[in-house]
Structure formats: structure tokens, C-alpha cells
Ligand binder design. Structure first.
Ligand SMILES: [Zn+2]
Length: 452
């Protein structure tokens, strides 16, 4: 069996879990743009996500296969996850066209039309050799409505069968299915049921490993830059986590902000990936318990404090805000140092979230998190709604529900950065809140360069 998933703590819907993969036990995960692997290990990163689309273009799946697989090629002995490649095509290439056969796109190399089928996606991922691989799904933005969403959902179910049939290494690599259906609860429900049904009878017997033992489920959630309805977002997550099997990890792709991760974990999700920590670092923004800190701001010019006095990462132990103020957005070192801190922040958040569930104090963790992020008690309504479903009383954090706590924050807040969606990964194994950071081509090559 290529995976073991063990829930080691619960609070209502939230779970703390341990995911054991061929190359590592994943309690908290993450990956990076511009950081070395030893830095990732320092932070506690246990899993990295690589983009199949980028890896297939360069250095190519064949070369990686010849070199003994991605673990060996990168000299990374911890866990790896690859996506199907389809998401990049649809999100990055304007000319991508989806048909029943697969995703047709124009090669960025020579402009020739190319086709990625579910079978090819799996074959490529089999060659790359990551511990977790993704089914090719028919991706639609969550903001799209109408028959296209239904078409994509049913096609995703048809394609999962082709992916399962094509998977050549089920005992070494874990294939994740993807729940499609946009914001339509009926379609999401059909998709969840369809995927669960494919988890054939073998799993319930004691026969041991078979293809379906290694079948996991995930939601595909696509951030839109227009800022979709967060209330719809959490409701979809809540619906899917309630319907997905208890004994398998639940991965919400492309999420997210620290607040989103806390909310989704409260609703029963386990894993996440997002480019946000490193993307926002490149804009000179640091993540701190109170929200974000803009290092570019002129008030940082003579601030001798570390980014976050409560953070024990190498950057906070070594550098002042004033020093970082001079570097950010001007020097690559600035991005690297902020990326390091931001990932350390996400790892700490994940670990604390995980521990709070294991130790039976998750509601306190959530309340402390919200009080730090919203000192004026202005917790967004969608968060209040989600916490009600999660069974966590946050009335003491909400001004409209209790006496307001006014605490002026002198921290400059980042303004209007677009949600990142590309790929760096942060996986959260619920409770364990694994954070994966997806590596884009640039990221991957940069990582290789650093390593060498
Ligand atoms: Zn730090």
C-alpha cells in the first residue's frame, strides 16, 4: 500500500492526521520558490508539489525517468506530489481547448498543437515518480455557471476511469481523484458520490493493497481574481468534506490564505497548496499573526525589530525590519528571506493548528487566531457562518456578537494583492495541516540551481 492515513485527533469536523507516504511521514508540508532544499528542511517542510506541465516541458518526464525519478533528480528524499498538468494548460494557455479526448493546447516551445489525455498525464506522472499524483480533470473556474459546469463534472468522472486504467504504479504512487461541480451543490454531490463509488469493494476487505487502497479525494477550488463569493466557497468545502470518506485525506487545491486554511481545517479539510506565502514575499509582504507586514512601508526604514518577535525562524533571529526594508523588491535576497519567513510562518500555523486538535483545544486556537487577525472584532460574516457549522463558538471574537475589543494596530497592511494562483504548494494534512508549495518551471529550475 502506497499510503497510510491515520486520524489522531478530532474536534467536531476538524481532524489532526498523519499521512505516511513512501518517501516520508507527512505531518506538515511545504515548498518554495527561491529557497534551497536544506532551507526547506530547516523550516520543517515535508512535501513538495511539482508542476507536471512544467516538468514535462523541461527537463521532460523522460529525462527525469532516466535519472531515476524526481526524488533522485532533485536529491529530495522527502515526499513529492505532482499535479496532472491540465490546470496549468487551462490557466496559463489561452489557446487550451478541452474535448472528450483531452486538453488540446499550443506548445509554448514551437507553437504546434499538442494533446494531453488522461492516460498521458498519468504516464508522465508515473515517470516523474511522485508519491502523490493527480487525475486529469476538466477544469472550470468556479465563477462559471451553466451547462459547462455540468459537462466538466461528468467528464471529470469519465476521465478518472481512464486515469485509473492507465496508472502503472498504484503500489508506489497514490492517485488523487478530483471533485468538480463548481459552486453547484447538486453537481458537487454527484461528483463526490461518483468518485466514492469508484473506491471499489477491495478497500473494505482485508485483502491488502490494491489499486483502490491508494485512492484519495480532493476538491478542486479555483480562485478567481475577481474575488468570488467566500460564502459559497466555504459551503462547497463543508459539503464535500462531509461527504468524502472519513479514512482518506481531503485536499483543497489552491487554498490559501492563513484564514482560509484555519476555516477549511475547522470544516474537515486536511491538505492545501498555495503560492501565496512566496508570491506575497516577492511583493515585500511578510505574514505575521496579526495579518501581514509590508516591509516596503517607510515606517520600516528605522524599525530595529524582527519581522515577528514571536517567530523563531532564521530570518527573524538574524535580520531587522529596517534591513529587510532595504532589500525587498530590489534584491533577490529580500524575496528569499521573506519567503523563508513566510513559509516558516505557515509551518508554525500548521503545527499549532495540528497540535491544538490533538490536545483538545482547537476552539481556543481558532479564537486566538481570529482575535489576532481581527483585533477590532470585524471577523468577516462568512467566517462566522462557517464556524457555526464547524461547531466553534467565536462570539468572543466578533464585535457584533460581543463587546468590541478596540486595539489599534500600527501594522501597515498589504493592499490589494491579487490572490496567488499559480503553483507553489502547501499541503495540509488536516490537523497535520500539510502545506505544499507548488513549484512552477521557474521555481523548479531555480530550486535546482540553488541546490547545485
Ligand atoms: Zn520569522
Amino acid at each position: 500500500m502506497a499510503l497510510r492515513f491515520e486520524v489522531i485527533g478530532r474536534f467536531n469536523r476538524a481532524r489532526a492526521a498523519q499521512l505516511t507516504l513512501p518517501h516520508y511521514i507527512v505531518k506538515h508540508h511545504c515548498t518554495i520558490k527561491g529557497l534551497t532544499y536544506s532551507q526547506l528542511e530547516d523550516i520543517g517542510c515535508q512535501i513538495i508539489l511539482g508542476n507536471t506541465y512544467h516538468l514535462a516541458l523541461r527537463p521532460t518526464a523522460e529525462l527525469i525517468d532516466d535519472m531515476g525519478g524526481l526524488h533522485k533528480f532533485m536529491n529530495w528524499d522527502r515526499a513529492l506530489l505532482t499535479d496532472s498538468g491540465g490546470f496549468q494548460m487551462v490557466s496559463l494557455l489561452h489557446l487550451a481547448d478541452i474535448t472528450e479526448k483531452g486538453v488540446t493546447f499550443q506548445s509554448p516551445a514551437d507553437g504546434q498543437p499538442m494533446l494531453l489525455t488522461p492516460e498521458e498525464s498519468i504516464q508522465i506522472q508515473n515517470k516523474i515518480g511522485a508519491d502523490i499524483i493527480m487525475a486529469l480533470d476538466d477544469v472550470v473556474k468556479t465563477t462559471i455557471t451553466g451547462p459547462r459546469v455540468e459537462e466538466a463534472m461528468y467528464r471529470t468522472l469519465r476521465w478518472i476511469d481512464r486515469c485509473i486504467a492507465a496508472h502503472q504504479r498504484p503500489h508506489e504512487q497514490n492517485l488523487f481523484g478530483i471533485v468538480q461541480g463548481g459552486l453547484d451543490p447538486v453537481l458537487r454531490d454527484i461528483c463526490v458520490k461518483g468518485l466514492v463509488e469508484r473506491d471499489l469493494p477491495g478497500e473494505l476487505t482485508s485483502k491488502g493493497a490494491n489499486l483502490f487502497d491508494s485512492h484519495l479525494w480532493q476538491l478542486r477550488y479555483w480562485w478567481s481574481f475577481g474575488g468570488e463569493d467566500k460564502d459559497s466557497f466555504w459551503r462547497v468545502v463543508a459539503q464535500c468534506t462531509a461527504a468524502l470518506p472519513e479514512d482518506k485525506p481531503r485536499y483543497v487545491m489552491g487554498v490559501g490564505y492563513p484564514l482560509d486554511i484555519v476555516v477549511c481545517s475547522a470544516l474537515g479539510a486536511d491538505m492545501y497548496d498555495c503560492v501565496y506565502p512566496t508570491r506575497t514575499a516577492r511583493f515585500g509582504t511578510a505574514l505575521i499573526p496579526e495579518g501581514v507586514l509590508k516591509l516596503k512601508h517607510k515606517v520600516m526604514a528605522n524599525d530595529e525589530r524582527p519581522i515577528d518577535p514571536t517567530c523563531s525562524c532564521m530570518v527573524c533571529k538574524t535580520y531587522t525590519r529596517a534591513y529587510l526594508h532595504c532589500l525587498v523588491t530590489k534584491d533577490a535576497l529580500g524575496s528569499q528571506l521573506l519567503s523563508y519567513h513566510n513559509l516558516a510562518y505557515m509551518m508554525r500555523l500548521s503545527k499549532e493548528l495540528h497540535l491544538s486538535i490533538v490536545e483538545g483545544r482547537f476552539p481556543d486556537f481558532v479564537r486566538e487566531f481570529l482575535k489576532a487577525q481581527f483585533p477590532r472584532g470585524d471577523v468577516p460574516e462568512w467566517v462566522c457562518n462557517a464556524m457555526e457549522v464547524a461547531g466553534i463558538d467565536i462570539s468572543s471574537c466578533c464585535a457584533h456578537l460581543s463587546a468590541p475589543v478596540y486595539k489599534a494596530s500600527a501594522i501597515p497592511i498589504a493592499d490589494g494583492e491579487a490572490p496567488t494562483f499559480g503553483k507553489e504548494i502547501g499541503a495540509n494534512s488536516s490537523g497535520a495541516v500539510p502545506l505544499l508549495v507548488i513549484i512552477s518551471t521557474e521555481d523548479f529550475l531555480q530550486a535546482i540551481h540553488f541546490f547545485n
